[in-house]
Ligand binder design. Structure first.
Ligand code: NAP
Ligand code: GLV
Length: 309
């Protein structure tokens, strides 16, 4: 019985060390060091190569070293009945909220415009708006989006949110489903995207839906690149529909050097760092689930494969 660690990021050693501390009795192996595939009972993975998980005949659960499971579900050969467990928060919500707050304040307090003025040595003062007069929207009100919405509301912004199922959150105007999306988008001067990437959400922010935003809106995408149609985003920036975009995630990562987003004057690019998984929190969360399963229980919460998140 052992755990397979499959993580192409460069922090695999830190994960191994953290798991050794919390699950000292279960050996952790890699594809290179594992013996018989039948020995693997749990797989702890980040963006595994398609096909890898299907080779493990006695696999009982797959643990994702992050929040978004799109990197697992893209594997068409994934064994059908194995539960997938993702990290929930594990230190990410605070970071995601920091990122969202940075983006909100950047546009709310006109730092994008002042940067342009500075380049022209232009000492112009713009009128300030109250946070309460600034409509900010959060797309996706899950573990991360709900934290963003709550903290923005705490700072007094006029916050709305959108999710698949109906929600009630204090001081947040909640919209849901396809019926609610136009009303939601039409009030977002700053839109923060915190959706998972699924069959339903891929390409969701296209020219048609971007057009529903108020003119001059700003976009913060801290979720997944393919949620937004890149060509439509560029066109909206060029045409002035969008005032700017703070982007952490892209169709292709690393963002290729010749992608125009790198040099676009209205775009801020960060390299998928909005939240980094905290190794100790992540290992503790996964260890608790494995212990529960070893004692005969089921994992506390699993990914709904039909929904894709
Ligand atoms: P989550 O808890 O699963 O929440 C997902 C939210 O999106 C839920 O509110 C869900 O609605 C909503 N949603 C899903 N499909 C929808 C649809 N078709 N229409 C409307 N709403 C829909 O996910 P999370 O933990 O907050 O994470 C969100 C995403 O952030 C992850 O999937 C990942 O891609 C991304 N992420 C990025 C970074 C980074 O560093 N850039 C770090 C961590 C996570 P319901 O509430 O109705 O289910
Ligand atoms: C990071 O992008 C994650 O999904 O955890």
């Amino acid at each position: 019985l052992s755990i397979l660690l499959y993580n192409k990021l460069d922090n695999a050693d830190r994960w191994r060390a953290a798991f050794q501390e919390v699950l000292p009795d279960l050996p952790m192996v890699t594809r290179e060091t594992m013996g018989e595939p039948g020995e693997i009972r749990y797989a702890v993975v980040w963006q595994p190569e398609p096909g890898v998980l299907g080779e493990l005949p006695n696999l009982r659960a797959i643990f994702n070293l992050g929040a978004g499971v799109d990197g697992i579900l893209r594997d068409a050969s994934l064994p059908a009945d194995i539960p997938i467990v993702r990290l929930r928060d594990a230190g990410m919500a605070t970071q995601i909220t920091e990122y969202a707050l940075y983006g909100t304040l950047h546009y709310h307090r006109d730092f994008d415009r002042y940067a342009g003025f500075q380049r022209a040595a232009d000492w112009t003062e713009l009128p300030n708006r109250r946070a309460g007069d600034r409509p900010v929207g959060v797309m996706g009100l899950g573990v991360l989006g709900a934290d963003v919405a709550a903290k923005l509301a705490m700072l007094g912004f006029d916050v709305s949110g959108w999710s698949r199922s109906p929600k009630t959150l204090p001081d947040v105007s909640c919209f849901h489903g396809d019926d609610g999306v136009q009303a939601f988008l039409s009030r977002c001067e700053i839109l923060i995207v915190a959706l998972p990437l699924t069959d339903d959400t891929r390409g969701f922010l296209d020219a048609r839906r971007i057009a529903w935003l108020p003119d001059g809106a700003a976009l913060v995408n801290l979720a997944r690149g393919p949620l937004v149609v890149e060509a439509d985003l560029l066109a909206a920036l060029e045409g002035g529909k969008l005032r700017g975009a703070l982007l952490d995630v892209f169709n292709e990562e690393p963002l290729p050097a010749d992608n125009p987003l790198w040099r676009h004057p209205k775009v801020i690019v960060t390299p998928h760092i909005a939240a980094q998984t905290r190794v100790r929190e992540g290992a503790a969360q996964i260890a608790a689930e494995i212990r529960r399963m070893e004692e005969g229980g089921a994992p506390s919460q699993t990914v709904d494969r039909s929904l894709g998140y």
